[in-house]
Structure formats: C-alpha cells, structure tokens
Design a protein around this ligand. Structure first.
Ligand code: MG
Length: 383
C-alpha cells in the first residue's frame, strides 16, 4: 500500500435543502445540516468525509457546533503532518479525545478515501482488504426506505404505495406510543406480504413489554431500538419476551458494546451506522463479530449527502451485510446532491457501488460553496 501524508484538512459546515421536509420531535426542518471534511495529501490527493452531527443533540449528543470545535481543536491537529499507510491507524491517533464518534468518523472517512485514491482502489476494495477471504464487495447494496411518523394511517399508506412503486423492497415505519399496534394492523391489512419493520427510536420502557408483544402477530422483520437510547440490559430482558427480533441501533457504539449485547441476548439483529461507532475501522471489527456470530447486519443512514452515502453504499455491499439497508436513492433526499452521479435505485431494490477510486463520486465544489453559504445565512449558529 502507498502511504499518504496529511497536508491540510478543511471543514465545510453546510445546510442542504431536503426534497421532503424532515419531521422530527422538534418540528419540521427544511434543511439537513452536516460538516464536510476535505483532506489534502502532500501529493495533491483529495479525500472527503462527512460528519452527520445535526444542529440539535437529538439522535446523538454531538451537534455541528461540538463537531466543529472537536475537529478544529483536537482531531485535525492530531492528524496534520502524519504519514499513514492504513486508515485503521487513525483511531489510535485520535484516542486522546474521548467520545465524539460522529466527528471522528468524518476525518477517518476522509483518510479512507484519500488512501484508496492513492492506491487506485475503490473504498469497497479497501474495506474488503481488512476482512477474511470471501468478503469481497458484491458490487451493490440492497436497500429499503424509512417512513417517518405521518399525520394519519391514510397518509402512511399513500407513502408506502409510492415507495413500493419506486421499487423499494423493504418498508420501515417509525413508531411511538399511540402509533404502533393499530398502525401495524392497518398496514398489514392492506399489505399482508411486504417486508416490513418498525423503528421505535427509544420511545418505550420495559413496562411496555406486554404492549409490544402484540406486535408479534404482524410478521415483522424486526423492531428497532424499542428501549433506552443508551440501554443494553433492559433490551436483554425484553428480547426473550418477544418473538420479533430486536435490532439495536442507538445503544451500540463499539465492538465491545456489541459483544455485551450478544452475551446478554439483548438483540438478534444489528443496525450499524459507521458514524455512530467512530468510523469504518470500528465498523470492520463489528462486521467481523457479526459474521462470527451469524448475526444479521444492515447499515443505517443519517441522511448523508453523496459523500457519506457513497462510502456507506460501499460498506453495505460487503456480503456480511445480510439485510436491506437504510440507504435510499439520492432523489429521496436531495435535488441536486453535492456529488455526481446520483445514486439511482436499481433492480431488486439495490444501489450500485461506484467503481472509481475512493468514494467513486465527484464532489461538486460550487454546490458545496452554495450549501456552505446557506449554512451561514440560515442556520441557528455559526462556525
Ligand atoms: Mg434507528
């Protein structure tokens, strides 16, 4: 492997206009904020990464503001001038900073991209080089679509119909207390056979176990993160009471967390968001645990732009990723995105992995500049 020397790292906090406004517990959000990381090597190779931290500490405690601070003051200085022959060297260089996985992931991803480009490999090839034989990329990722909480069952059914017509082969519905059993029943009455799962985003407690058991009759692929966002133990008390597999998302931040969850029997499926676990190095460790334990694995999404999406599609194309991923086509989120070409849904609900070096998509610098200006004009706080 050819090494790289990190010459400079620049940050672009951006605000992207969403095709469909994002409805969260905070209200409707017209923009998706994130930070793009642009790394340049002493040989002029550019690597890109993305931090999915949001403006508010909702999904994660990190925000765009904390990520800018931690990246600028601690993570970037730890990498500048360093000579690297593998991106798996990055976590040790960043170990002086605890936590902040979304920020760490962004710089590590930029190193993965630059190193892959320096070696004229795709990211998918770079990932597979760290896995046992037989784990080369399939060339595509199997994907599904996630549908937020809607004003009515009727509205939900309309969106499901639209997504099925677009070709998505797995439907995920967000649920919360009061929007769960009846919703599943009403959707199953219309669509008895679609591949369907529910995501609770930590909206329940163990006291709701009897209520959640009612979901067993709907032949769900899984229920995602029903209990506390930082809980593993109570999920281990809930899983034996349900036939439906529990999938953990929010509460798994490392390979060690997953080992604990497996030891306790807290889940039967894992949603891996590479950003949530500090990057692709830790993601590869988690991937190996999944294949050793025959644990079904899929890749989740954080509304990434084309930069983060391309890298996640590459990871999701590895054969140990056995269930449909939450990575939809570009037109579901952005028009235009900041990269070209867009990701287009293919046959059998798949996205193709770009074959070019690194992330394999081209960042459109004038769109980055426009989204950076939008951040400065529109967003609640500035860099
Ligand atoms: Mg989730």
């Amino acid at each position: 492997m050819r090494s790289i020397t990190v010459k400079s790292i620049n940050l672009y906090p951006i605000a992207m206009t969403l095709v469909e406004k994002l409805r969260t517990s905070f209200g409707e959000e017209p923009f998706k904020a994130c930070i793009l990381v642009r790394l340049e090597t002493d040989e002029g190779i550019t690597g890109w990464g993305e931090s999915s931290a949001e403006t508010r500490p909702g999904y994660s405690y990190e925000t765009v503001g904390t990520a800018l601070h931690v990246l600028s003051e601690f993570l970037i200085p730890a990498l500048l001038g360093k000579r690297l022959s593998s991106a798996t060297e990055v976590p040790a260089l960043l170990a002086g900073t605890r936590g902040h996985p979304l920020a760490k992931h962004a710089v590590e991803a930029a190193v993965w991209d630059a190193l892959a480009k320096a070696n004229e490999m795709s990211l998918a090839q770079a990932f597979a080089a760290h896995l046992p034989p037989g784990h080369a990329s399939r060339g595509y990722a199997t994907v599904g679509v996630s549908i937020g909480i809607q004003p009515s069952v009727e509205a939900t059914l309309q969106i499901i119909e639209k997504r099925l017509k677009q070709g998505y082969g797995r439907i995920k519905l967000k649920i919360k207390p009061g929007w769960d059993v009846e919703l599943a029943r009403d959707v199953r009455a219309v669509y008895p056979d679609i591949v369907m799962m529910l995501d609770a985003n930590s909206a329940y407690t163990l006291a709701d176990a009897d209520h959640l058991k009612q979901l067993d009759e709907f032949n769900l692929l899984m229920i995602e993160q029903p209990l506390g966002y930082d809980d593993i133990y109570e999920h281990s008390k809930l899983q034996p009471q349900l036939q439906t597999p529990i999938c953990l998302d929010e509460s798994i931040h490392s390979a060690n967390d997953l080992r604990l969850a497996l030891e306790l029997g807290a889940c039967r499926i894992l949603n891996l968001k590479p950003a949530r676990v500090s990057g692709y190095t830790e993601s590869l460790e988690i991937y190996k645990i999944c294949i050793e334990n025959n644990l079904p694995l899929w890749i989740g999404g954080l509304l990434e732009t084309g930069v983060g999406r391309a890298a996640n599609v590459a990871f999701a194309s590895l054969p140990g990723v056995t269930l449909p991923c939450d990575i939809s086509a570009t037109d579901r989120y952005y028009n235009p995105d900041i990269t070209e070409p867009p990701f287009v849904l293919g046959a059998n609900s798949t996205l193709s992995v770009p074959t070019g070096p690194g992330i394999g998509v081209e960042v459109q610098m004038e769109r980055v500049e426009a989204a950076w200006t939008r951040w400065q004009d529109e967003m609640p706080y500035q860099s």
